[in-house]
Ligand binder design. Structure first.
Ligand code: CP
Ligand code: NVA
Length: 300
C-alpha cells in the first residue's frame, strides 16, 4: 500500500478531514502509541516556534523520536536532490515532515517517499495550522457549518488552507484583501466547489460583517522580507482593530496563527483582549499535530 501524505487540505475529502479532527482530540491515540520506537524527520527551510515544538512533542506523545534538521544542513537541490533526501530518509523514519519555501519540494518528496510526507508550511499551504484553527473555532464558536469566518490581509498560505478547511466543512469564508493580494474569481470558485461559501471584498468592514470569527496573519510572510515596507503600506487599511471587531457579530472572536506584530496586522487592544483565542489556537497546534501524524500512519 502506498503512503498517505498530508500536503494540503484541498486534497482531503470531508470525511478524511473529519477523521483527522477526531483523531486529534481522541485520547486513545496517545494510549496506542502508533510511533513506538519510530523516527520522524522534521526538516525546516524556514524558522519556526509553534510548528517545531508541537510536532516534536506530538511525535514524543505518540511514542516516537523526532529528528530536527535545518534546511541548510540538508541542502535541497544544492547538496543533493530533494528526491535523494526523501528516499534515504524514508529508510530511517516512519514520517517525513518539511517546512519549505516552494510547495513543489513537498510534492517531489511525496512522489518518491515510501513513508508519509507532511507539509509543515509551504508558500501554498499550512494544513497543520488550518486543522488547529478548526478545532479552536468548533470548541469556542460551534460547528463550522454554522459559522462565518472573515479573513483580513494577505491571501497567503494560511488564508488558503483556512478557506479550504472552512469550505470543506460547509462554512462561510469571507476575505477582505487589497487588490493583487486577494483570492480571484477562479480561486473563490475552487473554494466553493468544496461545499461552503467563499467571497471577497476589498472593503475590510464589509468583509467582517456577520463574522463569528475574524482571522488575520502577518502582512510579510517568511521569504517576503524585501517587500516589507511596500506591504505595510498596501495592507495598512486591513488592520484588525476595535472598529473592525465592532463591525463583526457582537460576540465575535479574534484569531491569528502567530507570530503576530502588534500595531501592524492587529492592534494590541484586540490581540490581547478577552475575545482573542490566539493562545488556545496556538496550543491546539499540538492537538492537530497528533491527529495529523496518527491519520497518515493509520492510512499508510
Ligand atoms: N503558526 C506557525 O506556524 O508558527 P511557527 O512559524 O512559529 O511554527
Ligand atoms: N504566512 C506566514 C505564516 C507563518 C506561520 C508565513 O508564511 O510566514
Amino acid at each position: 500500500m502506498s503512503a498517505q501524505h498530508l500536503l494540503d487540505i484541498a486534497s482531503l475529502s470531508q470525511e478524511e478531514l473529519r477523521r483527522i479532527l477526531d483523531l486529534s482530540v481522541d485520547p486513545l491515540v496517545i494510549h496506542k502509541k502508533p510511533l513506538q520506537d519510530k523516527g520522524v524527520a522534521l526538516i525546516f527551510e524556514k524558522p519556526s516556534n509553534r510548528t517545531r515544538h508541537s510536532m516534536e512533542m506530538a511525535v514524543v506523545a505518540l511514542g516516537g523520536h523526532p529528528v530536527y534538521t535545518r534546511g541548510e544542513e540538508i541542502g535541497f537541490d544544492t547538496r543533493e536532490s530533494v528526491e535523494d533526501v526523501a528516499r534515504i530518509m524514508a529508510g530511517y523514519h516512519s514520517v517525513l515532515a518539511a517546512r519549505v519555501f516552494s510547495h513543489s519540494v513537498v510534492e517531489r518528496m511525496a512522489n518518491v517517499s515510501s513513508v508519509p510526507v507532511i507539509n509543515m508550511l509551504s508558500d501554498m499551504s499550512h494544513p497543520l495550522q488550518a486543522l488547529a484553527d478548526i478545532i479552536t473555532m468548533e470548541e469556542h464558536c460551534g460547528p463550522i457549518s454554522s459559522l462565518q469566518v472573515s479573513w483580513l490581509g494577505d491571501y497567503n498560505n494560511v488564508a488558503r488552507s483556512l478557506g479550504e478547511a472552512v469550505c470543506k466543512l460547509g462554512g462561510h469564508i469571507a476575505y477582505g484583501c487589497p487588490m493583487g493580494y486577494e483570492p480571484n474569481a477562479h480561486e473563490l470558485d475552487r473554494l466553493q466547489s468544496f461545499g461552503g461559501k467563499a467571497h471577497h471584498s476589498t472593503d475590510p468592514i464589509e468583509a467582517v460583517k456577520g463574522a463569528h470569527v475574524v482571522h488575520t496573519d502577518t502582512w510579510i510572510s517568511m521569504g517576503q522580507e524585501a517587500e516589507a515596507s511596500g506591504r505595510r503600506q498596501i495592507f495598512g487599511a486591513y488592520q484588525v482593530n476595535d472598529q473592525v471587531m465592532s463591525a463583526a457579530q457582537p460576540d465575535a472572536k479574534f484569531m491569528h496563527c502567530m507570530p503576530a506584530h502588534r500595531g501592524e496586522e492587529v492592534t494590541a487592544e484586540v490581540f490581547d483582549s478577552s475575545v482573542s483565542l490566539v493562545i488556545e489556537q496556538g496550543h491546539h497546534r499540538l492537538t492537530s499535530a497528533r491527529g495529523a501524524l496518527a491519520w497518515v500512519l493509520e492510512k499508510s
